[in-house]
Each structure stands twice: as C-alpha cells, then as structure tokens.
Design a protein around this ligand. Structure first.
Ligand code: ARG
Length: 284
C-alpha cells in the first residue's frame, strides 16, 4: 500500500513538472490546429514604427501587413497582441501564441529557442541624440553617458556587452568598449519611452534599430538627430529580421516562408516600409 502511495506521488510530481515545462499545459499549435481554430495568434511589441505601432486604436505596420498575408494564405483571421518585447520568445515556446513578428533580429542565441523564417528585411543599430550634440559618434564616444535601450533587444545586448564586457570561448573576460567609463544602460518597454528622457536630458543616448531611429528623429526633427552606430574599429552592425515560430513547427514555417518569398519578389515589403513610414508622420 505504502509503495503504491509513493508511486502515485512520484507520478503526480512528474505530471506537474511536465505541465510546467510545456508552459502550463498549453502546447504549440500545428497548422491544422490553427486552421481549425480560425485564427492565427501573433505577439508583437507595438512601439516600433514603422514595423508595428498603434494607429486609430489598432496595431498596424510592416509586420502586421506581412502577418495579414500569412493569415490570408492559411485562410484564417489574424489576432495581434501587443506585449513586452522580451516576453515574445517565451510566449512562442509555451504555445501562448503561434508566431512572433516584431522586427525580431535573427541571432544564434535566439535560434536555440525558436525557429525563424527566411529574413524579410535587414537593419542596423542607430544612435539617437540631441540635435545639438557634438560629442557622440562611435560606440566608444558614449563613455560615461546614460544610454537608453528597449529591454531585451539587440540594442540592449550590444550596449550591455560594451559596458559589462564579454567572455571569450575559454571563459576569459574581454573588456567592453564602455567598461569602467561610468556609462550606464537603462532598459525601457519601447524606444519611444526614451524620447521624452532624451529631450529632458535624463538620458544622453538612445540606441535602437535603423528605421525606428529614423522615425523618431523625423518626428522630432528640431530637437533630435540619428546616425548609424559604428564600433571604434570602424565595423558596423548588421541584422536581419525574421518571423519566429516554435521549434519544429515546420508546416507553419513553410507557409510563412512561401508568403515572405512572394512578398519580397513582388516588392511588397519595401512598399509596406514606405507606406507605414509615412503614415506615422501623417498621424502626428
Ligand atoms: N531588432 C531588435 C531585436 O530583435 C529590436 C526589435 C524590437 N521590436 C519591437 N517590436 N519592439 O532585438
């Protein structure tokens, strides 16, 4: 009897661990599941124009347009949810959403967590500073400054690595360009949240992706300016955006890749970028 009870306890514990590991019982939805439910659930962070932003109470932008085409190809409705950027990959892994579309840079670290579509556009890291700033140029010139980034983004990783240093393959510390200079990094929900802090001087520099930086500079043309971020050795950053799905969700990924290839071939992605870059200005 005792044996039976302990066996039961072990089984219950195992089940609990399994449920936790798979994200509270939810699991990745296959293409068939998505079709049957009639909707494709996509997570994004909508403070990143022109890729995703709120206009007229709705989330719109380049990524939303791409997702609309993907939903159409599957034959379902598109449901977009605006969340914190650094929760998107976790939500994909736990099956809370089917896809992440948020100007997500394809990186080797992220590839360990999710599968990516083919790249649909490229980007670079940009610096936004006060229009009258004359001291900031390369990464190293941000020594001692207060730097704002969007939490959990590649901008965050690059600046945090520069401040904290990194480790080489042997676990040896590699000094960062900004290490020991007094430079600090603060993470925010969206790059837009840094704009008032830049204007009031509470933050000296915003680092974010190219088009969002250009958008912010354009909308604050008298007070802010932006330019590309270069390391002090003259090298630049180079990133590609992909749509993310749960690892192994190959049927869904195949549809996504077909749609993206077609959109690129038709010049649609560039069209969306021009359209949504202008819509934000028109709205403000
Ligand atoms: N490309 C950057 C990254 O993947 C920033 C993306 C931020 N996207 C957003 N929708 N807020 O880390």
């Amino acid at each position: 009897m005792k044996k039976l009870i302990s066996l039961f306890i072990v089984a219950a514990m195992l089940a609990a661990v399994l449920v936790l590991a798979t994200g509270c019982g939810k699991k990745t939805r296959s293409l068939a599941d998505i079709k049957a439910s009639g909707k494709l659930v996509v997570y994004t962070e909508a403070g990143f124009a022109p890729f995703e932003f709120v206009s007229g109470g709705k989330v719109v932008g380049v990524d939303v347009a791409i997702c609309g085409e993907i939903a159409k190809a599957i034959g379902v409705e598109l449901e977009i949810k605006d969340v914190n950027f650094d929760t998107i990959l976790g939500a994909i892994k736990s099956g809370k959403c089917d896809m992440g579309a948020a100007g997500i840079t394809i990186t080797d670290e992220r590839k360990e967590e999710v599968d990516f579509s083919a790249p649909y556009t490229t980007s670079k890291q940009y610096i936004v500073v006060a229009a009258d700033n004359t001291t900031v140029s390369t990464l190293g010139t941000m020594a001692g400054l207060k730097i704002g980034v969007q939490q959990g983004t590649t901008s965050d990783f690059i600046i945090s690595d520069a401040i904290d240093g990194t480790e080489d393959d042997d676990g040896k510390h590699v000094k960062g360009e900004l290490e020991g200079t007094g430079a600090t990094v603060s993470g925010y929900k969206s790059p837009n949240d840094v704009v008032p802090l830049l204007l009031s001087g509470k933050i000296d520099v915003l680092v974010t992706d190219k088009l969002p930086a250009e958008m912010i500079a354009k909308n604050n043309a008298d007070t802010l300016k932006c330019f590309e971020l270069f390391y002090d050795d003259g090298t630049a950053t180079d990133e590609s955006y992909g749509v993310a799905v749960a690892k192994g969700n190959a049927e869904l990924l195949a549809v996504i890749d077909t749609v993206i290839a077609q959109l690129i071939a038709d010049g649609k992605i560039d069209e969306y970028i021009v359209y949504y870059s202008n819509e934000v200005t028109a709205d403000e």
